[in-house]
Design a protein around this ligand. Structure first.
Ligand code: 6R9
Length: 707
């Protein structure tokens, strides 16, 4: 048995059996919280009984098999649950993950011939799902909606695929997609996949410069967009942004012949859209004229499926490349088990398809399972903070997957300023309690560590203390979930992503790259490969190796810190680039943030390190208060005391900086680079702030710097 297996086996000694009264109830009733580590939350008996993985025992059995015989484990799933035109060659997986032994190479199911669009649509239709709803679409404006069954979706996909072929898009060609959350976005992804084209979706919130940069990098045959979108009360003219990006990319020698534009009527009429004759084509004028069937382009499992650009800590965005077969098997399997998927589920993921979460868990993972998926165009707090629960009730959503940042912002919208405990949140969350939410069965969280207090609010208030939360840790690079609860299988601990998914071997290493055992913390790496792993950075295999495989030779380096507790649970502590070292104590920014946010009057916190004469680094905390709570010296002290109490005196913030809002990217990630500059008063070095969701918060922060 490897070390790793032993860690997971420690599960066997967990207080087992479902249905125990969770410690959580004690916590919300105001009893002292001993330690997060000891805070087990058990799935109910009813939930576990019906779950795909009903016990730690069952998990362990499958997990062991997946590690001892990955080829057998994954090829079993691949051949029984997917359609292959031709089976892969002798080797299920061939890999070199050690830079010391040559170029990094990962291949799964090589020689296998398939098509992911066929597996999402045709295969499910043949299996009897033709009339099942594939997509429910909810407009930004309450009351406007649409839906497509699996067979209707296939017809739409085929029409677009045929159009793309007619303008010369072939297997291997790149297609840039700059669309908001309309049904046309998953339709476009699937149409590209059907003909073997490589989609590169750019989140329709990126600036024209960022879009141009991506166009120049991947040189697409066509750009697909829409004229405008409404997000909340604002209308955003996407086509204008694309126009500017195309001017910019032409300057860099890349000119685009066709810009296919969908008329998003509810946002902007055709007549008011700027137009370049000869290049711009209305989707509605051409696509519906094409046949509703389209032959599939059969591709190799290792042919590219998509490129998705993601930012690194330095340099230009990296084009993460995923291929077809392994990604297909992995996203489908992770979706099924981590959400305990049942055919009757209605699934809603609030992520945009412009991010990896939207690729793997709006489009491919759910569709491969034949699921009914809700796609929501707008913002979660429009027209008010109850919108999510309105949508949940309207479509009887059973699985709701979102990000901690949304949970915290909705939690903050409780109307009572003086929340004194989690129980009071329960009583004062009218935006939530106004709706029934009784269809909900499983909740999910992704994007950053979810702090235990937000976890509790999500669990108690949103889920009525009845729905397990799958806190899924993964990355653009990993393609799918890596460390995640399997709801029903084992007790959760609020804030812990728990245990690895099948086939995943997380290891924690020290600075020297030595694996550390037992209860420990360090850098999170992964040993071995899994089918959903990215294969390269587009056009820069060297950077791929340097960033991910050279820091700790022999392992994939995630860039995240992680600790493992005495029960083998994994606690992600944030990017290691964000680790602060105070007087020799290593402190994860996420730990301090979590402590601050547990203060009833703190809505959100972001912590960065600043130079400190004596301690090396000091802790600088930006704090957003619950609506209506005034800043005060007393509160400042009380926040610092909370951190001292929860982590230790060494972790007490040196500075609390009042923050009406935090600088976030449009996907909700806090831009720490900017906070670090503000904290160190290097105000002339803020850099590019145009990618922020609300650039105005920067000025507000500067104004409050010394108050
Ligand atoms: C899926 C996604 C990846 C980074 C990752 C980590 C953070 C994501 C998390 C989490 C703690 C979770 N992250 N999920 N941290 N718990 N459940 O977000 O991909 O945009 O590439 O970000 O996000 O730091 O390294 P991506």
């Amino acid at each position: 048995t490897t070390n790793h297996l032993r860690h997971v086996e420690s599960m066997a000694s967990l207080p087992s059996g479902a249905g125990k009264i969770s410690h959580l109830n004690a916590v919300i009733l105001g009893e002292a919280l001993a330690s997060e580590e000891n805070d087990f939350v058990f799935p109910s008996d009813d939930f576990s009984r019906q779950a795909l993985i009903p016990s730690p025992h069952k998990y362990l059995e499958m997990y062991k098999r997946s590690i001892e015989d990955p080829a057998g484990f994954w090829s079993g799933i691949a051949s029984s649950e997917f359609y292959w035109k031709q089976k892969w060659g002798d080797q299920v997986c061939s890999e070199n993950l050690d830079v010391r032994k040559g170029d990094i190479k990962i291949e799964w199911f090589k020689g296998g011939i398939t098509n992911i669009c066929y597996n999402c649509l045709d295969r499910n239709i043949d299996a009897g799902l033709a009339d099942k709803i594939a997509l429910y679409w909810e407009s930004n404006e309450p009351g406007f909606d649409a839906h497509l069954t699996y067979s209707q979706l296939l017809r739409r996909v085929c029409q677009l695929a045929n159009y793309l072929k007619s303008i010369g898009v072939r297997k291997g060609d790149a297609v840039i997609v700059y669309l908001p959350m309309l049904m046309e976005l998953p339709i476009t992804m699937l149409a590209c996949a059907r003909i073997g084209a490589v989609h590169s979706v750019v989140f329709a919130g990126f600036s024209s410069e960022s879009l141009a940069q991506r166009i120049v990098d991947c040189k697409p045959k066509v750009v697909i967009t829409c004229n405008a979108v409404k997000r909340g009360p604002k209308t955003i003219h996407l086509k204008d942004i694309v126009d500017a990006a195309l001017v910019e990319s032409a300057k860099n020698g890349i000119s685009i012949d066709v810009c296919l534009t969908y008329e998003n009527q509810s946002a902007l009429k055709k007549e008011s859209t700027k137009w370049q004759e000869g290049r711009d084509v209305w989707w509605e004028d051409v696509v519906p004229k094409y046949p509703t069937t389209c032959d599939v382009e059969w591709v190799d499992a290792e042919d590219p499926l998509f490129l998705l650009y993601t930012s690194g800590s330095t340099g230009k965005p990296k084009g993460v490349l995923h291929t077809t077969g392994g990604y297909m098997v992995y996203t489908a399997t992770t979706f099924k088990y981590a959400f305990d998927y049942k055919e009757s589920d209605v699934y809603w993921c609030t992520a945009d398809c412009g991010w990896i979460t939207g690729h793997s868990y709006v489009t491919y993972g759910p569709m491969l399972n034949g699921a009914t998926v809700v796609v929501y165009e707008g913002t979660p707090n429009y027209p008010d903070s109850g919108r999510c629960w309105d949508i949940v009730d309207k479509y009887k959503v059973t699985i709701f997957y979102t990000a901690p940042t949304l949970v915290r912002s909705l939690m903050r919208d409780g109307d009572e300023a003086s929340c004194i405990s989690n129980l009071v949140y329960t009583l004062k969350s009218p935006y939530v309690t106004r709706y029934s939410r009784k269809s909900l069965r499983v909740l999910g969280s992704v994007g950053e560590p979810i702090n235990p207090s937000a976890w509790r609010w999500f669990f108690n208030v949103v889920g009525g203390s009845r729905c397990p939360i799958s806190d899924t840790w993964w990355q653009t690079e990993t393609g799918g979930f890596m460390i995640t609860p399997l709801p029903g299988a084992w007790p959760q601990k609020p804030g812990s992503a728990t245990f690895p998914f099948f086939g995943v071997q997380p290891v924690i290493v020290d600075e020297k790259g030595t694996e550390i055992d037992g209860e420990c913390s360090g850098y999170l790496c992964v040993k071995g490969s899994w089918p959903g792993a990215f294969r390269t950075l587009y056009g820069d295999h060297e950077r791929y190796e340097t960033t991910y495989f050279r820091p700790f030779p022999g392992y994939y380096f995630t860039g995240d810190g992680c600790s493992r507790d005495k029960d083998g649970y994994h606690w992600l502590t944030g990017r290691v680039d964000d680790v602060i070292n105070v007087s020799g104590h290593r402190i994860g920014t996420a730990e301090v943030e979590s402590a601050l946010v547990s203060h009833p009057q703190c809505a959100e916190a972001a912590v960065v390190g600043v130079e400190h004469e004596v301690k090396g680094q000091g802790i600088y905390a930006f704090v957003t208060l619950v609506e209506g709570v005034p800043y005060s010296e007393e509160l400042r002290k009380s926040l610092i005391l909370t951190v001292r109490n929860q982590i230790g005196a060494f972790a007490a913030p040196d500075k609390i900086h009042w923050a009406p809002g935090l600088p976030k990217t449009r996907s909700g990630k806090i831009m720490r680079r900017i906070l670090r500059k503000i904290a160190s008063r290097q105000l002339d070095e803020l850099g590019d702030i145009s990618t922020l969701a609300e650039p105005g918060v920067v000025d507000q922060l500067i104004a409050l710097a010394d108050s």
